[in-house]
Ligand binder design. Structure first.
Ligand code: HEM
Length: 403
């Protein structure tokens, strides 16, 4: 990664994905709104200060709906923004929509994800976490924490909520991985195609054989009139499945890595497990699962921190940069499980604030309680893998531990 003093874009490479904060530390001071180019060749603007990031996440001039902006569509030929790289039936979801479509889509599933509705899942999530810890103990002493625990927990939970057959989850993980990593356009296209086919088959199965699950409810809503188009139904399933596991796996993975590297903090949590819910907020702030938020597009020239971003440009808000801003958090580089981490932007902010935050928090709390309780001697087993090459997902490729 190099910072050019002229206006040439910053080139993001592996060193950036492994330690994004190293770049944001400089950008917050020198170029709080900076042009960058990703390994895919795509160029965009990065917003890295907390006080700029928060309003940007909720700025109606920064649209989520690429179809609204001809300049964005015109660019799709050369640098492949999301609409082209993803199959059509996967893009029509709430995270790619502005009001009123966003409001309509979010309302449809909003009730199922409230804190109260999610709290009812606690016993089942505890049971699953316990079973995974059992099989981890049986597979030990050396295991990959991601494969054995951090991935299957949220994946199983979201599959059970939606009513997705368990057998397909490994396949789904591979496609999802390909889509969100620095794979070639061709590979991403193939993964998106496979996923779209899998999901439309699933939607057809739910229409033929409705069950007591959320996907059946969504399909029913789409049949009951004009609430949802067929494309929106598949895209909703796609968003919930991907968002439901790609992120929480890394809350558990990045959080455990932080604890394994700070044994004093781990000891504090073991001594007082009531600190765990607050510690989860600190893990989200300290090394959150989302690096740069999803794409936003300028519908008009937008000035941020003295820089005017022209119309039709991509803007990526750095959640990691904002969460490490020393103007917002004292000793921001320090992990402190007892700090007040509230106000962090790991779940975004504004109308697109993470729908699944109550679920992610509950899964995180249960995961850390279970792991700390069941594995008193857990330690790193060699070096962890590198971080995935994704501007969106900040997560490890492997986390080898000895239990
Ligand atoms: C949106 C982070 C877990 C579903 C978001 C956004 C962030 C985020 C940053 C906003 C992106 C933006 O504005 O560009 C996280 C993190 C998680 C997590 C860090 C885990 C620790 C989940 C889970 C679900 C979920 C478990 C379950 C279904 C969604 C949905 C949206 C969203 C549907 C779109 C909301 C909208 O557009 O209104 N998430 N998420 N997320 N998340 Fe999560």
């Amino acid at each position: 990664m190099t910072i050019d003093q002229d206006s040439r874009p910053i080139v993001l490479d592996e060193t950036f994905f492994d330690d994004p904060e190293a770049l944001y530390r400089e950008l917050r001071v020198d170029r709080p709104v900076a042009r960058a180019v990703a390994p895919t060749g795509m160029t965009f603007w990065i917003v890295s200060r907390y006080d700029d990031a928060r309003p940007a996440l909720n700025d109606p001039r920064l649209s989520k709906d690429a179809a609204r902006i001809p300049e964005v569509i015109a660019r799709s030929g050369d640098d492949a923004p999301p609409p082209r790289a993803f199959a059509e039936s996967l893009v029509a979801h709430m995270l790619n929509a502005d009001p009123p479509d966003h409001t309509r889509l979010r309302k449809l599933v909003g009730k199922a994800f409230t804190m109260r509705a999610i709290a009812r899942l606690r016993p089942r999530i505890e049971q699953l976490a316990g079973e995974l810890a059992d099989s981890m103990a049986a597979a030990g002493p050396s295991v990959d924490l991601l494969d054995e625990f951090a991935f299957p927990l949220p994946m199983t939970v979201i599959c059970e909520i939606l009513g997705v057959p368990q057998e397909r989850r490994e396949e789904f993980r591979d496609w999802s991985n390909t889509l969100l990593s620095g794979a070639s356009d061709e590979e991403r296209g193939a993964a998106a195609g496979a996923m779209a086919q899998f999901l439309s088959q699933l939607v057809a199965d739910k229409a033929a054989n409705p069950g007591d699950d959320m996907l059946s409810d969504i399909v029913r809503a789409s049949e009951d009139g004009d609430t949802l188009s067929p494309g929106e139904t598949t895209a909703m399933a796609f968003l919930l499945l991907v968002a439901g596991h790609e992120t929480t796996v890394n809350l558990i993975g990045n959080g455990m890595l932080a604890l394994l590297r700070h044994p004093d903090q781990m000891a504090r949590l073991r001594a007082d497990p009531d600190l765990i819910p607050g510690a989860v907020e600190e893990f989200l702030r300290y090394d959150g699962p989302v690096n740069l938020a999803t794409f936003r597009f300028t519908t008009e020239p937008v000035e941020i921190a003295g820089t005017t971003i022209p119309k039709g440009e991509f803007v990526l808000v750095s959640l990691i940069g904002a969460n490490h801003d020393p103007d917002r958090y004292a000793d921001a580089e320090q992990l402190d499980v007892e700090r007040d981490a509230s106000g962090h932007l790991a779940f975004g902010y504004g109308i697109h604030h993470c729908l699944g935050a109550p679920l992610a928090r509950l899964e995180g709390e249960i995961a850390f309680r279970t792991l700390l309780d069941r594995f008193p001697d857990i330690a790193l087993d060699g070096e962890p893998g590198s971080f995935r090459m994704s501007t969106l997902i900040h997560g490890l490729t492997r986390l080898p531990v000895r239990i």
